[in-house]
Ligand binder design. Structure first.
Ligand code: NDP
Length: 294
Protein backbone atom coordinates (compact mmCIF):
# COMPACT_ATOMS: atom_id res chain seq x y z
CA UNK A 1 0.00 0.00 0.00
CA UNK A 2 1.13 3.51 -0.81
CA UNK A 3 2.36 5.91 1.84
CA UNK A 4 -0.35 8.53 2.33
CA UNK A 5 1.09 12.05 2.19
CA UNK A 6 -0.66 14.03 4.92
CA UNK A 7 -1.30 17.48 3.43
CA UNK A 8 -3.15 18.66 6.52
CA UNK A 9 -0.17 18.01 8.79
CA UNK A 10 2.24 19.42 6.19
CA UNK A 11 0.14 22.59 5.87
CA UNK A 12 0.12 23.00 9.65
CA UNK A 13 3.95 22.81 9.60
CA UNK A 14 4.13 25.44 6.84
CA UNK A 15 1.77 27.73 8.78
CA UNK A 16 3.96 27.23 11.87
CA UNK A 17 7.07 28.27 9.89
CA UNK A 18 5.23 31.30 8.52
CA UNK A 19 4.02 32.30 12.01
CA UNK A 20 7.58 32.06 13.35
CA UNK A 21 8.91 34.36 10.60
CA UNK A 22 6.02 36.78 11.10
CA UNK A 23 6.83 37.00 14.83
CA UNK A 24 10.45 37.78 13.92
CA UNK A 25 9.37 40.54 11.52
CA UNK A 26 7.02 42.03 14.12
CA UNK A 27 9.97 42.47 16.47
CA UNK A 28 11.31 44.85 13.79
CA UNK A 29 7.97 46.65 13.45
CA UNK A 30 6.96 44.93 10.20
CA UNK A 31 3.53 43.26 9.92
CA UNK A 32 2.85 41.35 6.67
CA UNK A 33 -0.62 42.16 5.31
CA UNK A 34 -2.88 40.25 2.91
CA UNK A 35 -5.88 41.84 1.18
CA UNK A 36 -8.54 39.51 -0.22
CA UNK A 37 -11.17 40.85 -2.61
CA UNK A 38 -14.42 38.99 -3.23
CA UNK A 39 -16.94 40.20 -5.79
CA UNK A 40 -20.39 38.62 -5.51
CA UNK A 41 -21.82 35.89 -3.29
CA UNK A 42 -20.58 32.64 -4.82
CA UNK A 43 -20.95 30.21 -1.85
CA UNK A 44 -17.69 28.28 -2.48
CA UNK A 45 -15.72 31.54 -2.91
CA UNK A 46 -17.29 32.86 0.27
CA UNK A 47 -16.05 29.79 2.20
CA UNK A 48 -12.52 30.17 0.75
CA UNK A 49 -12.33 33.89 1.53
CA UNK A 50 -13.49 33.37 5.11
CA UNK A 51 -10.93 30.56 5.61
CA UNK A 52 -8.15 32.70 4.12
CA UNK A 53 -8.95 35.64 6.41
CA UNK A 54 -9.05 33.40 9.49
CA UNK A 55 -5.73 31.69 8.75
CA UNK A 56 -4.06 35.01 7.88
CA UNK A 57 -4.88 36.34 11.35
CA UNK A 58 -3.87 33.05 13.00
CA UNK A 59 -0.28 33.34 11.69
CA UNK A 60 -0.08 36.91 12.97
CA UNK A 61 -0.55 38.78 9.70
CA UNK A 62 -2.93 41.65 9.04
CA UNK A 63 -6.00 40.66 7.04
CA UNK A 64 -7.90 43.16 4.87
CA UNK A 65 -11.16 41.84 3.45
CA UNK A 66 -13.09 43.62 0.71
CA UNK A 67 -16.49 42.15 -0.17
CA UNK A 68 -18.17 43.87 -3.11
CA UNK A 69 -21.66 43.31 -4.56
CA UNK A 70 -21.93 41.15 -7.70
CA UNK A 71 -22.99 44.14 -9.83
CA UNK A 72 -19.95 46.26 -8.90
CA UNK A 73 -18.69 48.04 -12.06
CA UNK A 74 -15.28 46.80 -13.22
CA UNK A 75 -13.90 50.36 -12.96
CA UNK A 76 -14.73 50.38 -9.25
CA UNK A 77 -12.81 47.14 -8.68
CA UNK A 78 -9.84 48.56 -10.62
CA UNK A 79 -9.91 51.67 -8.40
CA UNK A 80 -9.83 49.46 -5.29
CA UNK A 81 -6.86 47.53 -6.74
CA UNK A 82 -5.02 50.83 -7.37
CA UNK A 83 -5.59 51.76 -3.73
CA UNK A 84 -4.34 48.39 -2.47
CA UNK A 85 -1.31 48.58 -4.81
CA UNK A 86 -0.41 51.92 -3.21
CA UNK A 87 -1.05 50.82 0.39
CA UNK A 88 2.30 50.02 2.09
CA UNK A 89 0.53 47.91 4.78
CA UNK A 90 -0.69 45.50 2.08
CA UNK A 91 2.03 43.10 0.83
CA UNK A 92 -0.24 40.60 -0.90
CA UNK A 93 -3.48 41.04 -2.86
CA UNK A 94 -5.72 38.18 -3.89
CA UNK A 95 -8.75 38.69 -6.11
CA UNK A 96 -10.97 35.64 -5.60
CA UNK A 97 -11.87 33.94 -8.88
CA UNK A 98 -14.19 33.44 -10.66
CA UNK A 99 -15.23 37.07 -11.16
CA UNK A 100 -18.77 37.94 -12.36
CA UNK A 101 -19.27 37.59 -16.13
CA UNK A 102 -19.28 41.36 -16.79
CA UNK A 103 -15.66 41.62 -15.63
CA UNK A 104 -12.51 40.85 -17.63
CA UNK A 105 -10.55 38.64 -15.21
CA UNK A 106 -7.25 38.99 -17.14
CA UNK A 107 -7.52 42.79 -17.10
CA UNK A 108 -8.26 42.79 -13.36
CA UNK A 109 -5.39 40.40 -12.49
CA UNK A 110 -2.95 42.33 -14.67
CA UNK A 111 -3.90 45.54 -12.82
CA UNK A 112 -2.30 44.11 -9.64
CA UNK A 113 1.18 45.20 -8.65
CA UNK A 114 3.09 42.01 -9.72
CA UNK A 115 5.10 42.16 -6.48
CA UNK A 116 1.82 41.86 -4.52
CA UNK A 117 0.28 39.21 -6.81
CA UNK A 118 0.35 36.37 -4.25
CA UNK A 119 -1.70 34.10 -6.52
CA UNK A 120 1.02 34.35 -9.19
CA UNK A 121 -1.48 34.85 -12.03
CA UNK A 122 -0.21 38.27 -13.27
CA UNK A 123 1.25 37.95 -16.77
CA UNK A 124 4.64 39.19 -15.51
CA UNK A 125 4.83 36.45 -12.87
CA UNK A 126 3.79 33.85 -15.46
CA UNK A 127 6.67 35.06 -17.66
CA UNK A 128 9.17 35.14 -14.80
CA UNK A 129 8.28 31.57 -13.78
CA UNK A 130 8.48 30.38 -17.40
CA UNK A 131 11.96 31.86 -17.80
CA UNK A 132 13.30 30.57 -14.49
CA UNK A 133 13.41 33.96 -12.77
CA UNK A 134 12.24 34.95 -9.30
CA UNK A 135 8.42 35.09 -9.47
CA UNK A 136 5.36 34.90 -7.29
CA UNK A 137 4.34 31.26 -7.86
CA UNK A 138 0.70 30.04 -7.92
CA UNK A 139 -0.21 28.57 -4.53
CA UNK A 140 -1.60 25.15 -5.50
CA UNK A 141 1.37 24.04 -7.64
CA UNK A 142 3.76 25.50 -5.03
CA UNK A 143 2.09 23.32 -2.39
CA UNK A 144 2.42 20.25 -4.63
CA UNK A 145 6.11 21.00 -5.20
CA UNK A 146 6.77 21.36 -1.46
CA UNK A 147 5.22 17.93 -0.81
CA UNK A 148 7.15 16.34 -3.69
CA UNK A 149 10.46 17.80 -2.50
CA UNK A 150 9.78 16.69 1.04
CA UNK A 151 9.07 13.15 -0.14
CA UNK A 152 11.82 12.75 -2.76
CA UNK A 153 14.54 15.23 -1.95
CA UNK A 154 15.92 15.71 -5.47
CA UNK A 155 13.43 15.37 -8.33
CA UNK A 156 16.16 15.62 -10.98
CA UNK A 157 15.78 13.25 -13.92
CA UNK A 158 12.42 11.83 -12.85
CA UNK A 159 9.63 11.43 -15.40
CA UNK A 160 6.77 13.73 -14.42
CA UNK A 161 3.33 13.68 -16.02
CA UNK A 162 0.95 16.56 -15.32
CA UNK A 163 -2.61 15.73 -16.33
CA UNK A 164 -4.36 19.06 -17.07
CA UNK A 165 -3.05 22.26 -18.67
CA UNK A 166 -4.92 25.05 -16.91
CA UNK A 167 -3.20 28.36 -16.22
CA UNK A 168 -3.75 28.04 -12.48
CA UNK A 169 -2.55 24.46 -11.92
CA UNK A 170 -1.32 22.37 -14.87
CA UNK A 171 0.94 24.83 -16.68
CA UNK A 172 2.67 26.35 -13.61
CA UNK A 173 3.07 22.85 -12.14
CA UNK A 174 4.82 21.74 -15.34
CA UNK A 175 7.12 24.81 -15.21
CA UNK A 176 8.06 24.12 -11.59
CA UNK A 177 8.83 20.46 -12.32
CA UNK A 178 10.90 21.45 -15.36
CA UNK A 179 12.85 23.84 -13.14
CA UNK A 180 13.52 20.83 -10.84
CA UNK A 181 15.02 19.05 -13.89
CA UNK A 182 12.20 16.53 -14.28
CA UNK A 183 11.37 15.28 -17.77
CA UNK A 184 7.89 16.74 -18.04
CA UNK A 185 4.89 15.65 -20.10
CA UNK A 186 1.70 17.71 -19.99
CA UNK A 187 -1.37 15.62 -20.87
CA UNK A 188 -4.84 16.98 -21.63
CA UNK A 189 -8.16 16.16 -23.27
CA UNK A 190 -6.59 15.62 -26.71
CA UNK A 191 -3.73 13.40 -25.51
CA UNK A 192 -3.61 10.06 -27.33
CA UNK A 193 -3.12 6.84 -25.35
CA UNK A 194 -3.60 8.78 -22.13
CA UNK A 195 -3.29 5.76 -19.87
CA UNK A 196 0.03 4.73 -21.45
CA UNK A 197 1.36 8.28 -21.07
CA UNK A 198 0.30 8.40 -17.41
CA UNK A 199 1.89 5.03 -16.67
CA UNK A 200 5.33 6.44 -17.59
CA UNK A 201 5.23 8.86 -14.66
CA UNK A 202 7.50 8.55 -11.65
CA UNK A 203 5.66 11.67 -10.48
CA UNK A 204 2.05 11.99 -11.49
CA UNK A 205 0.02 15.15 -10.86
CA UNK A 206 -3.70 15.00 -11.65
CA UNK A 207 -5.56 18.31 -12.18
CA UNK A 208 -8.49 17.52 -14.47
CA UNK A 209 -11.62 18.09 -12.43
CA UNK A 210 -13.08 14.66 -13.30
CA UNK A 211 -14.08 12.60 -10.26
CA UNK A 212 -11.89 9.48 -9.83
CA UNK A 213 -10.98 9.39 -13.53
CA UNK A 214 -7.45 8.06 -12.98
CA UNK A 215 -7.50 4.38 -12.07
CA UNK A 216 -4.84 2.24 -10.43
CA UNK A 217 -3.77 0.66 -13.74
CA UNK A 218 -2.85 4.15 -15.08
CA UNK A 219 -0.19 4.41 -12.37
CA UNK A 220 3.39 3.14 -12.57
CA UNK A 221 4.12 0.86 -9.60
CA UNK A 222 5.86 2.90 -6.91
CA UNK A 223 5.04 6.30 -8.46
CA UNK A 224 4.23 9.39 -6.38
CA UNK A 225 0.69 10.58 -7.06
CA UNK A 226 -0.43 14.13 -6.29
CA UNK A 227 -4.19 14.53 -6.64
CA UNK A 228 -5.19 18.18 -7.07
CA UNK A 229 -8.82 17.43 -7.96
CA UNK A 230 -11.65 18.57 -5.71
CA UNK A 231 -14.95 17.12 -6.93
CA UNK A 232 -18.24 17.00 -5.08
CA UNK A 233 -20.20 13.83 -5.82
CA UNK A 234 -23.16 12.05 -4.29
CA UNK A 235 -22.46 8.51 -3.05
CA UNK A 236 -24.62 6.34 -0.83
CA UNK A 237 -27.03 9.26 -0.44
CA UNK A 238 -24.30 11.58 0.92
CA UNK A 239 -22.33 14.43 -0.67
CA UNK A 240 -18.61 13.59 -0.68
CA UNK A 241 -15.38 15.18 -1.84
CA UNK A 242 -13.29 13.04 -4.14
CA UNK A 243 -10.17 13.69 -6.19
CA UNK A 244 -9.36 13.13 -9.85
CA UNK A 245 -7.68 9.85 -8.85
CA UNK A 246 -9.52 6.72 -7.76
CA UNK A 247 -7.81 6.52 -4.37
CA UNK A 248 -8.77 2.90 -3.62
CA UNK A 249 -7.19 1.38 -6.75
CA UNK A 250 -4.32 3.91 -7.11
CA UNK A 251 -3.12 3.55 -3.52
CA UNK A 252 -2.54 -0.18 -4.05
CA UNK A 253 -0.08 0.59 -6.90
CA UNK A 254 1.53 3.96 -6.06
CA UNK A 255 4.50 4.41 -3.72
CA UNK A 256 2.98 7.55 -2.19
CA UNK A 257 -0.28 9.40 -2.73
CA UNK A 258 -2.13 12.48 -1.49
CA UNK A 259 -5.71 11.91 -0.27
CA UNK A 260 -8.77 14.05 -1.02
CA UNK A 261 -9.69 15.72 1.24
CA UNK A 262 -6.56 16.32 3.35
CA UNK A 263 -3.91 16.41 0.61
CA UNK A 264 -3.28 19.32 -1.74
CA UNK A 265 -6.28 21.38 -0.54
CA UNK A 266 -4.91 22.49 2.87
CA UNK A 267 -1.52 23.27 1.27
CA UNK A 268 -3.03 25.89 -1.03
CA UNK A 269 -3.94 28.39 1.72
CA UNK A 270 -0.71 27.62 3.60
CA UNK A 271 1.19 28.58 0.43
CA UNK A 272 -0.87 31.76 0.07
CA UNK A 273 0.39 32.77 3.53
CA UNK A 274 3.93 31.75 2.56
CA UNK A 275 3.70 33.88 -0.60
CA UNK A 276 2.46 36.88 1.41
CA UNK A 277 5.41 36.50 3.76
CA UNK A 278 7.79 36.25 0.77
CA UNK A 279 6.24 39.38 -0.79
CA UNK A 280 6.65 41.24 2.51
CA UNK A 281 10.31 40.20 2.84
CA UNK A 282 11.03 41.28 -0.75
CA UNK A 283 9.22 44.62 -0.23
CA UNK A 284 11.42 45.31 2.80
CA UNK A 285 14.67 44.16 1.18
CA UNK A 286 14.96 41.24 3.64
CA UNK A 287 16.13 37.67 2.99
CA UNK A 288 13.33 35.37 1.85
CA UNK A 289 12.13 32.66 4.25
CA UNK A 290 13.93 29.39 3.53
CA UNK A 291 11.91 26.41 2.29
CA UNK A 292 8.81 28.46 1.50
CA UNK A 293 9.73 29.51 -2.05
CA UNK A 294 10.52 27.31 -5.08
P1 NDP B 1 -9.63 23.25 -15.61
O1 NDP B 1 -11.01 22.79 -15.91
O2 NDP B 1 -9.25 24.67 -15.84
O3 NDP B 1 -8.62 22.33 -16.45
C1 NDP B 1 -8.81 20.96 -16.56
C2 NDP B 1 -7.76 20.35 -17.45
O4 NDP B 1 -8.02 18.97 -17.54
C3 NDP B 1 -7.79 20.89 -18.89
O5 NDP B 1 -6.46 21.12 -19.32
C4 NDP B 1 -8.45 19.78 -19.69
O6 NDP B 1 -7.92 19.60 -20.99
C5 NDP B 1 -8.08 18.55 -18.89
N1 NDP B 1 -9.09 17.51 -19.05
C6 NDP B 1 -10.42 17.62 -18.81
N2 NDP B 1 -11.03 16.44 -19.08
C7 NDP B 1 -10.06 15.60 -19.50
C8 NDP B 1 -10.07 14.25 -19.92
N3 NDP B 1 -11.19 13.53 -19.97
N4 NDP B 1 -8.90 13.69 -20.28
C9 NDP B 1 -7.74 14.39 -20.21
N5 NDP B 1 -7.68 15.68 -19.82
C10 NDP B 1 -8.83 16.27 -19.47
O7 NDP B 1 -9.35 22.79 -14.11
P2 NDP B 1 -8.34 23.37 -12.99
O8 NDP B 1 -6.93 23.15 -13.42
O9 NDP B 1 -8.77 24.71 -12.57
O10 NDP B 1 -8.69 22.37 -11.80
C11 NDP B 1 -8.50 20.98 -11.89
C12 NDP B 1 -9.00 20.33 -10.62
O11 NDP B 1 -8.24 20.80 -9.53
C13 NDP B 1 -10.46 20.64 -10.27
O12 NDP B 1 -11.02 19.49 -9.64
C14 NDP B 1 -10.36 21.76 -9.26
O13 NDP B 1 -11.46 21.79 -8.37
C15 NDP B 1 -9.10 21.36 -8.54
N6 NDP B 1 -8.39 22.48 -7.91
C16 NDP B 1 -7.97 22.29 -6.63
C17 NDP B 1 -7.27 23.27 -5.97
C18 NDP B 1 -6.79 23.00 -4.58
O14 NDP B 1 -6.56 23.91 -3.83
N7 NDP B 1 -6.58 21.73 -4.20
C19 NDP B 1 -7.00 24.57 -6.58
C20 NDP B 1 -7.39 24.65 -7.98
C21 NDP B 1 -8.08 23.63 -8.60
P3 NDP B 1 -8.15 20.68 -22.18
O15 NDP B 1 -7.24 21.82 -21.84
O16 NDP B 1 -7.71 19.94 -23.37
O17 NDP B 1 -9.60 21.05 -22.16
Amino acid sequence: MAQVIDGKAFAARVRGQVAEHVAGLKAHGIVPGLAVVLVGEDPASNVYVTAKGKQTVEVGMASFEHRLPADTPEAELLTLIDRLNANAAVHGILVQLPLPAHMDAAKVINALDPAKDVDGFHILNVGLLGTGQKAMVPCTPLGCLMMLRDHHGSLSGLNAVVLGRSNIVGKPMAQLLLAESCTVTVAHSRTKDLEVVCRRADIFVAAVGRPEMVKGDWIKPGATVIDVGINRIERDGKMRLVGDVDFASASSVAGAITPVPGGVGPMTIACLLANTLTACCRANGLAEPEGLTP
